[in-house]
Design a binder for this molecule. Structure first.
Ligand code: 5GP
Ligand code: MN
Length: 333
C-alpha cells in the first residue's frame, strides 16, 4: 500500500469540479470505477466528467452514465477546465493523449491497484492487494466519503469487480471481493446482465478475430509458455477494445502446463503491445517491467517500439530464460 485513502478523500472534499480519467485500452474496471465515482461526486453536489483517453468498446454501453463519458480526441476545450483530475486504475503516464494535460500543473489525485505504480499527484492511494480499482472506489464512496450507494453506482462497481476478477474466478478473488460484490448486488447490481454484456455481446467480427488468433497459437518446447499473435491486418478497419485481450489470451492460459501466456499485438509497423498472464509464482509484472511496462503479479503488459517479429523474438527469449531459472530455483538447482 502506498499513500492513503483518507488523504484522497480529503483532496476530493476540498475541490468542486473534477475530470476523471483512466488508462488507454479501457476495461470494465477503469470505466466502471470512473462512472461510479462520477455519480457519487455528483450525488455529493460536485461537478464531475469522465474523459477516456481511448474509444470505449461496445461492451461498455450498458454501464449507467456511459452516455455522458467523453472520449479525448485532442481537443476538449472547457471540459479540461477543472479544479482537479482523478486518474484511476493506472499511473498518469498511461493516459495516452491526456498525458501532456496531466503534466500541465492541474492537481492530480491518483487511485490505483497496480503494484508497479509508485503513486502520483498531490494525493494518491495505491493498493495492490485490491482485486480491482472498483474495490478501492467502493471503500472511498461508502466508507470514506459516506455517500449512499445508488443502483447506478452499484452496477458500475460490480462491472469493475467482475472485469478484473474474470467474474470471480482469478486468484485475486477473496472474501472481501465477494462481500463487496454481495453488497453491490443488494444495491441492485445484476450479475447475469453484467456477464451477458461483458462476455456474450460481441460483434461477429470480434469472434471471427478469435478464430484467426487461434490459428497463431504456439507453445514452447517445455510446454510452460504459450502465445498468440494478432497482426494488424486481422483487425481490418475495426478498433481493438481492451475486452478482446481477455477473449484471446484465455486460450494459451487454458493449457494445463502453461505458466506464462503471452499475446503479441501489432499496433503499428514498429510498435507492439505485449500482454502477459501467469501463474505458479511467475511474476508477470516483473517481465513486463523489463520492457518498460508493468501491472500485477499475474496480469501485466508492455509496449515495445519494435516491429512485431523483433518484439516477439526478444520477449520470448527473455521469458524463456526467466521460466527456466524459476524452475531451476523451484527444484533446488
Ligand atoms: P492487458 O494485458 O490486458 O493490457 O493488461 C494486463 C494488466 O497489466 C492490466 O492490469 C493493465 O492495466 C496492466 N498493463 C498493461 N500494459 C501495461 C503497461 O504498458 N504499463 C503498465 N504499467 N501496466 C500495464
Ligand atoms: Mn484494474
Amino acid at each position: 500500500m502506498t499513500g492513503s485513502l483518507e488523504q484522497v478523500a480529503q483532496a476530493i472534499r476540498a475541490y468542486n469540479k473534477f475530470l476523471i480519467t483512466w488508462h488507454i485500452d479501457p476495461d470494465p474496471d477503469s470505466v466502471g470505477s470512473g462512472l461510479a465515482l462520477q455519480l457519487a461526486l455528483q450525488a455529493a453536489g460536485k461537478e464531475a466528467v469522465c474523459v477516456s483517453p481511448d474509444p470505449l468498446g461496445d461492451w461498455s454501453r450498458f454501464l449507467p452514465g456511459i452516455e455522458s463519458c467523453k472520449v479525448f480526441g485532442g481537443e476538449l476545450g472547457s471540459a479540461l477546465d477543472v479544479d482537479a483530475v482523478i486518474v484511476e486504475d493506472c499511473e498518469p503516464a498511461r493516459c495516452g493523449g491526456l498525458v501532456p494535460y496531466l503534466q500541465s500543473g492541474v492537481p492530480v489525485i491518483n487511485i490505483d491497484h497496480h503494484g508497479t505504480n509508485r503513486g502520483f499527484g498531490e494525493a494518491f492511494y495505491i493498493k495492490p492487494e485490491a482485486a480491482a480499482t472498483g474495490e478501492i472506489i467502493y471503500e472511498l464512496i461508502a466508507e470514506y466519503l459516506q455517500i449512499p450507494l445508488s443502483q447506478p453506482m452499484a452496477a458500475n462497481l460490480y462491472a469493475a469487480l467482475a472485469g478484473d476478477t474474470g467474474t470471480f474466478r482469478y486468484s485475486n478473488t477473496n472474501s472481501r471481493v465477494l462481500y463487496i460484490a454481495s453488497e453491490l448486488v443488494r444495491q441492485g447490481a445484476d450479475p447475469a446482465e453484467t456477464a451477458l454484456h461483458l462476455y456474450e455481446n460481441r460483434a461477429y467480427e470480434e469472434v471471427d478475430l478469435i478464430r484467426a488468433a487461434l490459428d497463431t497459437l504456439e507453445i514452447s518446447p517445455r510446454g510452460d509458455m504459450s502465445w498468440i499473435t494478432i497482426h494488424r491486418a486481422m483487425l481490418g478497419e475495426n478498433h481493438w477494445s481492451g475486452q478482446q485481450s481477455e477473449d484471446v489470451i484465455r486460450y494459451p492460459r487454458m493449457i494445463r502446463t502453461v505458466k506464462l501466456a503471452i499475446m503479441f499485438r501489432e499496433l503499428e509497423p514498429s510498435r507492439t503491445k505485449v500482454s502477459f498472464r501467469s501463474r505458479d509464482n511467475i511474476d508477470a509484472s516483473r517481465i513486463a517491467g523489463l520492457f518498460g511496462g508493468g501491472g500485477h503479479t499475474y496480469a501485466a503488459g508492455c509496449t515495445l517500439d519494435m516491429p512485431l517479429q523483433e518484439a516477439k523474438a526478444l520477449v520470448l527469449e527473455t521469458a524463456a530464460r526467466i521460466l527456466a531459472s524459476n524452475s531451476a530455483e523451484q527444484s533446488g538447482g
